[in-house]
Design a protein around this ligand. Sequence first.
Ligand code: CTP
Ligand code: MG
Length: 295
Amino acid sequence: MTHDGVNGHPAPTGRVAAVVPAAGSGVRLGAGIPKAFVELGGETMLERCVAGLLASGVVDDVVAVVPEDRVQEAERLLAPLRVGDHVVVVTVGGAERTDSVRNGLAALTTARAGAPGAGTDRPAVPGAAVATTGYDVLLVHDAARCLTPAEPIRRVVAAVRSGEVAVVPVVPVVDTVKQVDADAYVVGTPDRATLRGVQTPQGFDPDTLLAAYDAAGDAATDDAGLVERLGRRVATVDGAALAFKVTTAEDRMRAEFQLLSERSLAEGPQTMTFGWQLYRPETDSEPPRAPQEDQ
Ligand code: CTP
Ligand code: MG
């Protein structure tokens, strides 16, 4: 695949793959189904996330990592995104995010085998050593950050292509942050100017990420954190407000409002339905029923 080039850089040649961890249960969101399969504006977060990566123009292939009982559904949802020579593979996640990303990395070694456009029933082998991926850049991008715009994705890929081994998109921290002890007493106030909130996609030189996962213990909240443990340097680029992670019901509402306002701009005013409505006992005969999510 040829690229248009990023920020004026000449079009690069090697391929870029993204692992999309989407196997979490979404306890904090509380939708009753795995979070990545919750719909926002009529499309699941998983579809939006994968479509957004491919639409950035700098991502070739995607491995979506989903709960075991959602593989068929994910295959069906993502099938329309298998266009051109994009390979979109679905594999099974694990108990922790780290396990899911590790499974996704294992699936990458075989992702190109069925190209172009092939799906997979190749299960990843949890914990399998991953020798090589054949990619120039690997991204890891949370399905829950499904409204991420193209710009931070392009900035991350461009920074890895320019020689950084690990790159994270960051945003300024708006609150003062305190460090506390085990009894919740404040022990320090880090200088806010030196702090950043970290988003995804995080981008890596493939050998560096694979070495980090080979060396990793069980859990890490952040892929770049594993690279830091190897003593390798992690670079930052500007993230984006819209790359926020949909974690709680409030985040879901924020995402719905965002999509609604985008549609309003494009098509005129819209009506939005949430999973709840106001009930006014004095005028309403019975409480409204919440729409049921598919199980
Ligand atoms: N994830 C995953 N496998 C896991 C846990 C998380 O692939 N075992 C993914 C989630 O699907 C999500 C991303 O990692 O896209 C970030 O995790 P988080 O926002 O914490 O999602 P959940 O774990 O699903 O949510 P919660 O912690 O509220 O249960
Ligand atoms: Mg979680």
